[in-house]
Ligand binder design. Structure first.
Ligand SMILES: Nc1nc2c(c(=O)[nH]1)N[C@H]1C(S)=C(S)[C@@H](COP(=O)(O)O)O[C@H]1N2
Ligand SMILES: [Mo]
Length: 567
């Protein structure tokens, strides 16, 4: 390369490239600062997370309903990546303005960013408002300073290298130099993210979980009878008899732990079937929390009973642990679970009946809705009747013999048998509010999902799974799960190639609020086969072929798989 060519290259560089690089790097510095602060202060949310929450809260119901229903993990990642990309792009545009000397545009742009970030962080129910605003605005100041810094440095070097090309009103820089400085700012941004992650450390919730184990549930005590039967029965007896007779104690049913110990499940028998109890780390997770799930310090936490009750009260985590805890096997499913989907799990929940807690509060007449509210201000409401109709509606602190994992609602959540999670299963619960049915709509209701969410009867084929090689003439299991809490599953049938419904063998289950495993052997011929499943619940209702999408109140239809069998 000759000297002359070098000069030409320098003169040809555009302020646009320099500015875009500088602005994107500046925006990265702002975002990185947010991550650093999130790591340094437990209550400050990441700016990216805060903006994700903001966007998801203000997304019109229809969009949420049809494209990002109930926020699974992949939609969240997409949104987060999208926010970072858009922020860098907008930063780039602001950087270009800076390089063209339109300082006012750049500064007001970053100021808007700061206001948006501060507002998004401050409106998060867990974060302190003042601290959030400071972080948002400081991030914007740093972003603007980094942008202008890179533009300056790159510009100055260009002027020094090619003085004859210098135009004071338009700062030019070489692509290489601006890239160098922008990369420096970008590295600083990444370093802040790294340090932030390093600082994050263990939350009080995680420390508690590491140091404490849920006390083992008794294997000999009778299974808890829903409180409605124990509290209302004596009154009925007193009203109908004149002599004072004591109610005979119920025959001691074996505890859930004892039942589980001898339960004849299909776990060991059928390879590939969903285990009867879903392990905690394999249990689906659905919630609106972005980034780290809420970390609740059990030492500070209280659950409040409010609204239309005679005695509003609060209860601590220690007090709940000291109560009469029982185990309940309850299947939980998400309303957005597609036919054949995996947003469903079966767990042994440890807790106390909600009726016991509500009776202590004294539910007032007309309070026909129970609304649970989480520390992150998510809400779900269900009819007060379901607490007293004999099903298990519980405040849970344990899941499969452990305290609730943070992902699943530590320190306490609701689990109501027979209701989809979106109308009942509040995680990180902090308030139970009694109100009227019309007095409040839970989080997903104004977003287009039904106000009532009774769980539908559903079944799923686990094996054979598409893509796994089967050989003609070799017997193989067809197996899966079926659920209809609180009705229970009466029968499961499969239909192979439309040749008629064949009954399946059911595994044992604890009660009617749990899913059942089902199984049938099959010796296929070579070629393509279609397998369908349908379940009949304890009410005698059989799943119909009609296909219904998840919105607005749960999917319907027969799970159908197509399988190729080799010769
Ligand atoms: N705080 C809070 N609780 C929540 C939600 C939420 O977004 N926030 N989502 C609900 C939904 S839609 C479902 S399906 C269940 C899922 O519970 P899991 O994540 O423990 O499986 O939690 C419910 N509880
Ligand atoms: Mo859900």
């Amino acid at each position: 390369m000759t000297n002359e060519e070098t000069t030409t290259t320098l003169q040809a560089t555009s302020p646009g490239t320099t500015g875009a690089l500088a602005g994107a790097a500046g925006a990265a510095v702002g975002l990185g600062f947010g991550e650093l602060m999130e790591g340094a202060f437990e209550s400050i949310p990441s700016l990216v997370v805060a903006v994700s929450e903001l966007l998801s809260d203000y997304t019109p119901g229809d969009v949420v309903r049809f494209s990002i229903a109930n926020f699974g993990a992949s939609q969240k990642t997409l949104l987060t990546v999208g926010i970072v990309v858009v922020t860098l792009a907008l930063g780039g545009a602001l950087g270009r303005s800076a390089a063209r000397g339109q300082l006012r545009v750049t500064l007001s742009g970053f100021a808007l960013f700061g206001l948006l970030g501060g507002w998004a962080a401050a409106r998060n129910p867990i974060s302190p408002a003042a601290g959030s605003w400071i972080v948002g605005l400081a991030a914007a100041v740093l972003a603007a300073a980094a942008t202008l810094g890179v533009v300056r440095l790159a510009g100055r070097r260009a002027v020094a290298a090619a003085p004859e090309a210098a135009d004071r009103s338009v700062v030019t820089g070489t692509t290489r130099r601006s890239f160098f400085y922008a990369a420096g700012a970008g590295a600083a941004a990444l370093a802040m993210v790294g340090v932030g992650r390093g600082l994050r450390g263990q939350s009080a919730a995680e420390q508690f979980l590491e140091a404490n184990a849920l006390r083992p549930s008794p294997t000999t005590e009778p299974q808890a009878v829903p409180a409605s039967t124990t509290t209302t029965a004596p009154q009925e007896v007193a009203a109908s008899t004149t002599t004072t007779t004591t109610v005979a104690p119920e025959p001691a049913a074996p505890s859930v732990q004892a039942q589980l110990a001898t339960l004849d499940t299909l776990d060991d028998e059928v390879a590939g079937i969903s285990s009867y109890v879903t392990p905690n780390d394999g249990f689906y997770r659905i919630d609106t929390a972005f980034g780290r799930v809420p970390q609740v310090d059990p030492g500070d936490w209280k659950l409040r009973f409010t609204g239309m009750v005679d005695n509003p009260y609060e209860i601590t985590f220690d007090e709940i642990q000291a109560m009469d805890l029982s185990d309940y096997v309850i299947t939980l499913s998400c309303v957005s679970n597609e036919v054949g989907g995996n947003l469903v799990g079966n767990a042994v929940w440890t807790g106390v009946p909600l009726s016991v807690l509500l009776d202590r509060a004294g539910v007032q007449p007309g309070a026909d809705q129970v609304v649970g509210r989480s520390v992150d201000d998510w809400t779900a409401g269900f009819p007060t009747d379901v607490v007293y109709d004999g099903r298990n509606a519980i405040l849970a602190i344990g899941m499969n013999d452990e305290f609730l994992p943070t992902r699943h609602g530590f320190p306490a959540r609701l689990v109501v048998a027979g209701l989809y999670g979106y109308v009942s299963a509040v995680k990180w619960l902090e308030e139970i509010n009694l109100t009227t049915w019309d007095g409040f709509d839970g989080y997903w209701v104004p977003r287009g999902w039904s106000k009532e969410g009774p769980m539908k009867t559903q079944s799923r084929i686990d094996v054979p799974s598409a893509g796994r090689g089967l050989t003609a003439g070799q017997t193989t299991p067809i197996a899966g799960i079926a659920w209809a809490p609180t009705r229970g599953i009466e029968q499961v049938e499969v239909n192979i190639d439309g040749e008629g419904w064949l009954p399946c063998r059911l595994g044992e289950a604890v009660g009617d609020e749990s899913w059942v495993q089902w199984h049938r052997e099959w010796t296929p011929t070579a070629g393509r086969h279609r397998i369908q499943v349908r379940a009949t619940d304890g009410d005698g209702f059989t799943q119909s072929e009609r296909e219904v999408p998840p919105a607005p109140n749960g999917a319907e239809g027969w799970h159908t798989i197509n399988i190729n069998v080799d010769t």
